[in-house]
Design a protein around this ligand. Structure first.
Ligand SMILES: Nc1ncnc2c1ncn2[C@@H]1O[C@H](COP(=O)(O)OP(=O)(O)OP(=O)(O)O)[C@@H](O)[C@H]1O
Length: 251
């Protein structure tokens, strides 16, 4: 609605709604003013060339377009403040060092005291922690998170387990180059018995229902999951570790 009004306003200025005016020498002219404006009286020499009038109209139209675009951008930012703050998306820019992923230590990992170990692995690899919280997720949150598994036979048990409250989960967002793909490799196969040595699931688990950790499996999943768990303005912190160049430089 705003944009239609603005566009109609701009196009009226561009067309130059014409109201008659009179030069000093008595001749009439049409000024680019509001249709309802009274006739103007101005010095004939100041408008002797139609080029000047065209330039003036062009200038006014250009200013109006700039103002309209700015207003539209502002309205959009107000309607969607988190995106205004984060500028790109929850999952950052795919394939760059601003890429982000959602990682969750599940209740079994928390109760077994593996949170520090898992954070340590991500830190040592060179990734940056930009959000973290401990919580017992609501049923609604767990069902939304695992929504694509809704038809699977283990879905109900999985949601019951995650929301049981016997131990919380620790939800995190990690940022860095290729973090979505790399974190899946660090986590290992869904079934810990198939996970390769060195991975988190191989090191710490032997049951598919208690595989310690979750990580987003694609850019779209990361976008959805970060928005779900850390969707409020200010949830994601923008910062740079002092050793960032020591980790990222290519020489
Ligand atoms: N056959 C199964 N029986 C019991 N639980 C299962 C089974 N398959 C998957 N799960 C549980 O559901 C979770 C989600 O399954 P999914 O297929 O998305 O694997 P994943 O992406 O490796 O795991 P996650 O989403 O937790 O990172 C698994 O981590 C596991 O805890």
């Amino acid at each position: 609605m705003y944009s239609r009004r603005l566009l109609s306003y701009v196009s009226r200025i561009g067309r130059g709604s014409r109201a008659p005016g009179r030069f000093d020498n008595g001749k009439t002219f049409f000024s680019t003013t509001n249709r309802n404006a009274y006739p103007a009286t101005i010095n004939a020499t100041s408008l002797s060339s139609s080029t000047y009038r065209k330039s003036a109209k062009f200038f006014v139209a250009a200013c109006s377009v700039t103002a309209a675009v700015g207003t539209l951008a502002y309205c959009n930012a107000q309607a969607n403040p988190l995106h205004a703050e984060e500028t790109v998306s929850f999952a950052g820019r795919k394939g760059t060092e601003s890429e982000r992923t959602f990682i969750m230590v599940k209740p079994d990992g928390v109760t077994r005291g593996l949170v520090g170990e898992i954070i340590s692995r991500f830190e040592k690899r060179g990734y940056k922690l930009v959000a973290i919280k401990s919580l017992v997720p609501s049923r609604q949150l767990a069902e939304q998170h695992y929504g694509d598994l809704r038809t699977r036979p283990f879905f109900k048990g999985l949601v019951n387990y995650i929301t049981s409250g016997k131990a919380p989960v620790v939800a995190m967002v990690w940022e860095g180059r290729d973090v979505i793909r790399q974190s899946r490799a660090m986590i290992g196969a869904t079934n810990p018995l198939e996970a390769v040595p060195g991975t988190i699931r191989h090191a710490f688990s032997i049951s598919i229902g208690r595989n310690v950790i979750h990580g987003s499996d694609s850019f779209d999943s990361a976008e959805k999951e970060i928005g779900l768990w850390f969707g409020k303005p200010g949830d994601l912190v923008s910062w740079e570790p002092v050793n960032w160049n020591w980790i990222m430089a290519e020489n």
